[in-house]
Design a protein around this ligand. Structure first.
Ligand code: PLP
Length: 368
């Protein structure tokens, strides 16, 4: 049996007619960049998230960048975690800031609120919790610290469309949020796309201008911006897929529950924990194991694709040597990241596929 890591084709076949007729309309309207299809998606996504504004962009990385750029001055420090995709921190640096890392909690794999205060300096301007794998970070204590120190909170919600923190949708909890619609995400475009969400009129106005060369009116430039506009095709695809997101997230949750049921008595596997405050949407189903490289190869030989999210913590990557961190600085992150492996996860995954993955994991530990 083959179990791919994600299966975008099966999902496409389910919605093919709707998608193709919508793409045809984009062509008929020649609404290739921004325009009515993007606007409709922005309206519907802001309603879904529960915020005043959604600004459609050309990638999640752009959303990360613009959310930081909107609020910091060059030299400001921005606190985040070392177990994230590099876009989170690239955005901080590109906006003129300096990433400052804090460690994570061992059960949620998200920012440990208790570690934040020690990292705050006079230069700190913002905190960027990442809702990693689809599980919200513990936002209440983060918001409380931010309020006390007068800091902005930017949610990196790239992996968590539809996740909830105590009944509130992620993307509506901090001051700004960045979403990615990279094709494999819970809500994925058919190309590059992202969005910034916020309740602030001022930040929304800045982001809307910035994404289009600093202009509200063509060739009238109020500020120097850049080209970060969402394409019409992506707006059209996303607007269709948004209608299915809740069902797809429910299917992910069912798949996660089935994995957990089947794996619960396997000693060598630590299962993901859904925190009491969270509705986890399982963008990734990440377990912790012994000998993950050997397990990965074993599963690959059986036709099962897996991944490491992520292979190394950012503070130990060559790209961030200049920040001066060393091994041992973030012990929880370092320990967890040596053990994690992401198993196949997508809404269309069959029960038989999950059973096959679990049986194969059992075989691996039995064979040794
Ligand atoms: C946590 C996180 N932040 C930011 C991004 C960047 O999004 P994009 O790939 O759409 O630029 C991603 C995408 O993989 C991500 O997982």
């Amino acid at each position: 049996m083959k179990v791919p890591f994600v299966d975008l084709r099966t999902q496409y076949y389910q919605i093919k007619d709707e998608i193709l007729s919508s793409l045809e309309m984009v062509c008929e309207n020649t609404s290739f960049i921004l325009g009515p299809f993007v606007q409709r998606f922005e309206k519907n996504f802001s309603k879904y998230v529960g915020v005043k504004h959604c600004i459609g962009l050309n990638s999640g990385t752009s959303a990360n960048y613009l959310s930081v750029k909107a609020i910091i001055q060059p030299g400001d420090e921005v606190i985040t975690v070392p177990n994230t995709f590099i876009a989170t921190t690239e955005a901080i640096t590109a906006a003129g800031g300096k990433p400052v890392f804090v460690d994570i909690e061992e059960d949620s794999y998200n920012m440990d609120p208790e570690k934040i205060e020690a990292a705050i300096t006079k230069k700190t301007r913002a905190i960027v919790p990442v809702h990693l794998y689809g599980q919200p970070a513990d936002m209440d204590p983060i918001l409380e610290i931010a309020k006390r120190y007068n800091l902005f909170v930017i949610e990196d919600a790239a992996q968590a469309h539809g996740a909830k923190y105590k009944e509130q949708n992620v993307g509506s909890i901090g001051d700004i949020a960045a979403f990615s619609f990279y094709p494999g995400k819970n809500l994925g475009a058919y190309g590059e796309a992202g969005a910034l969400t916020t309740n602030s009129d001022e930040i929304a106005d800045y982001a809307r201008k910035f994404r289009d060369h600093g202009s509200r009116e063509k060739y009238v430039h109020e500020i120097e911006g850049f080209n970060m506009r969402m394409e019409g095709f992506q707006g059209a695809v996303l607007d269709i897929k948004l209608k299915y997101l809740e069902n797809w997230n429910d299917a992910r949750r069912r798949n996660a529950a089935y994995y957990c049921e089947l794996l619960k008595d396997v000693d060598n596997v630590i299962l993901p924990r859904e925190m009491p405050y969270a509705r986890h949407v399982y963008h990734l189903f990440v377990v912790r194991v012994k000998e993950r490289e050997r397990l990965q190869q074993f599963l690959k030989d059986k036709g099962i694709a897996t991944g490491f999210h992520y292979k190394y913590p950012l503070h130990l990557q060559k790209a961030y040597q200049y920040l001066g961190y060393k091994e041992g600085d973030f012990p929880v992150t370092e320990k967890v990241m040596k053990e994690i492996i992401s198993l196949p996860m997508y809404p269309e995954l069959h029960r038989e596929q999950i059973e096959y993955v679990v049986d194969s994991i059992r075989d691996f530990y039995r064979c040794k």
